[in-house]
Design a protein around this ligand. Structure first.
Ligand SMILES: [Mn+2]
Length: 374
């Protein structure tokens, strides 16, 4: 075979508890499993030869039996697709791991669950090198140098680990670019980093992190998916394919222009659509509203959330500053007017922007605690 098509994914975290989605949490957990099945479908549609799952397929080392069976049966049904996976820091091959169970995995599944091992697939023209975690931590590198036969097989690697600079350590399989370069691999399928990284090269080796396949918590934002890589002796073409059921987004919206609840809702809606496109209603948002409230504007978080209840999940954080009537302090006598007077006395020595900040936050501090952003 001249070239081989790989589907490279990692960090599916099946069985993960999804934090803080309230009544949506249960539905969200089921979505992680649906995404797993979608990846198998995608492998079929794209006529993939080899599916690589680079660690953290499961969220925990000891996996509920029902989930083990679901995954195994789906793998078996994907035959003749070849599937290879390695254990990661969340699903290390500890003594009671499903990865070590005899006669459990179907014939088309290869599991790497200890130090570097090799499996050849002559029918695909591939030699696979893989290693897996045996406990949560692995502070030595699993990417040992091995001498590979100079034959026609393409050398492909799979492991969970952390890219480090020379001399830097990591508790999760530290890998340096020099080690990748010396590996003799054409492609190295990595897992562990949940943010996708564009494929890059070290020597002749292309290495990549596809990121997790669903955002588990805010911060794991944006579209999530897998890499499809066409690898030959001469070339390596990698493309990203999103597979996530939903994306997460964290947004900040300035509502200083809003005069009523409807205005606030429409500013937030516009920001959500801008971030996630037309399908924004199906996504998961954390929105922080900020800015200075206009006079007379009065809204509660719950009111705002219910005005936008057509969005699948939305939580709002309020960091707005309340309205203060500065003109009302002009007459003098009040503690606020003394504060403004003192501030004015320093006008010549302090930068205008700092003075403005002091005025803005200082006046609000008379009303209660103030959250000052940097
Ligand atoms: Mn992970």
């Amino acid at each position: 075979m001249e070239s081989v098509r790989l589907l490279h994914c990692a960090d599916l975290h099946l069985g993960a508890e999804v934090v803080r989605l309230g009544t949506r949490s249960r539905a969200r957990r089921a979505e992680f499993r649906r995404t797993f099945h979608r990846i198998l479908e995608l492998a079929k549609e794209e006529k993939v030869n080899l599916l690589l799952i680079a660690g953290d397929l499961f969220d925990v080392p000891v996996v509920p039996e029902e989930l083990c069976t679901e995954v195994r049966d789906a793998f078996a049904a994907a035959y003749p697709l070849q599937i290879a996976l390695c254990s990661g820091n969340h699903d290390p091959a500890t003594c009671d791991s499903v990865y070590l169970r005899e006669d459990f995995w179907p014939e088309n599944v290869t599991v790497f669950a200890s130090g570097l091992a090799i499996k050849e697939f002559p029918e695909l023209g591939v030699r696979l090198l893989g290693a897996g975690f045996t406990s949560t931590y692995c502070s030595h590198t699993l990417l040992r140098r091995v001498s590979l036969p100079a034959d026609d097989l393409l050398n492909i690697g799979i492991m969970h680990g952390t890219l480090v600079s020379e001399g830097q350590g990591s508790e999760h399989n530290p890998i340096t670019l020099r080690q990748i370069e010396a590996s003799g691999l054409r492609y190295l399928a990595l897992g562990h980093i949940h943010t996708r990284k564009e494929p890059a090269k070290a020597g002749e080796t292309t290495y990549a992190y596809p990121g997790c396949t669903e955002g588990r918590k805010f911060g794991e934002n944006g579209p999530k998916g897998v890499y499809i890589a066409d690898v030959s002796r001469y070339s390596c073409n990698v493309r990203f394919v999103p597979v996530c059921e939903r994306r997460l987004e964290c947004l900040e919206v300035d509502i200083s222009e809003a005069e009523n609840l409807g205005d606030v809702a429409s500013l937030v809606r516009k920001a959500m659509e801008k971030a996630a496109g037309k399908g924004y209603r199906e996504q998961i948002f954390r929105v922080t509203v900020k800015g200075e409230q206009a006079e007379g504007l009065c809204f509660g978080i719950e009111e705002l959330e219910s005005a936008l209840s057509d969005v699948w999940y939305l939580e709002v954080q309020d960091k707005t500053l309340p309205f203060v009537d500065e003109a009302g302090f002009g007459a003098g006598g009040s503690i606020q007017s003394v504060f403004l007077k003192k501030l004015a006395e320093r006008e010549e020595n302090v930068k205008a922007s700092r003075l403005e900040m002091a005025r803005k936050y200082g006046l609000r501090a008379f009303l209660g605690p103030v959250d000052i952003e940097n």
